[in-house]
Design a protein around this ligand. Structure first.
Ligand SMILES: CC(C)(COP(=O)(O)OP(=O)(O)OC[C@H]1O[C@@H](n2cnc3c(N)ncnc32)[C@H](O)[C@@H]1OP(=O)(O)O)[C@@H](O)C(=O)NCCC(=O)NCCS
Length: 189
């Protein structure tokens, strides 16, 4: 049975993953929630104003009361700038299956941060929370996200055909990646 240990602070070489605070909303709005570039690759709409981000963050902070919530904001250790968020959907979490989602500021792309954070969350979910499986999905228009999943040790498991509509009104397949507990513990993590 998976252990629900919450969004404990996790540290990597360059990052701190910690619980969201309400004061983070303004920076999140400026850095990624209001970004046109980010908007291209996510299914939610970019936030039109900071109040939208504040409202979302109030709800997310409230959700920390539910033991099944895993959601971190990602902070750079050296500058303390905030660069994104990573979380686990609770859809199949009772089954020990953790579906990850993440989103980063375009100013911090291609520096390995998303991979570093994903690896830390995978490690925590398997080693401390005793998860059975970690999975994630990305839209076909977003190969960089697939790269992140691969670099974090996940394997391609299939394609959900024509599942979603992207911001250009084009239907996209969803590509699914995962790593099982056995794969994780048999690799050199
Ligand atoms: C996708 C995203 C998470 C990647 O974050 P990141 O911090 O840049 O990721 P990393 O630096 O760890 O790795 C990115 C990899 O993708 C590669 N990449 C970048 N653009 C690419 C493209 N157009 N095609 C293929 N690979 C690409 C990079 O070269 C890098 O791989 P490498 O290390 O082998 O060179 C980030 O761009 C993002 O948040 N996008 C908007 C929201 C989003 O897409 N969320 C995920 C939804 S599933």
């Amino acid at each position: 049975m998976m252990k629900f240990l919450g969004s404990k602070t996790l540290e990597t070489d360059r990052l701190i993953l910690r619980k969201i605070k309400i004061d983070d909303a303004k920076i999140a709005f400026n850095n990624w929630c209001n970004s046109d570039l980010v908007d291209k690759y996510v299914l939610w709409k970019k936030h039109p104003n900071v109040e939208t981000t504040i409202k979302q963050y109030e709800k997310w902070i409230e959700e920390y009361n539910d033991e099944k919530t895993f959601r971190w904001i990602v902070e750079l250790k050296d500058t303390h700038n905030l660069i994104g968020t990573i979380d686990v959907s609770n859809r199949f979490i009772k089954h020990g299956s953790c579906e990850i989602g993440y989103c980063y500021s375009d100013k911090s792309w291609n520096k390995g941060y998303a991979t570093e954070a994903l690896k830390a969350v995978i490690k925590y979910l398997f080693e401390e929370c005793e998860a059975e499986l970690v999975n994630a999905e990305f839209m076909e228009n977003n190969p960089a996200s697939g790269k992140v999943m691969e670099k974090a040790g996940m394997k391609f498991e299939g394609r959900l055909r024509s599942r979603v509509i992207d911001k250009n009104n084009i239907r996209n397949d969803l590509l699914c990646y995962s790593i099982t507990k056995d794969e994780y513990f048999n690799s050199n993590n």
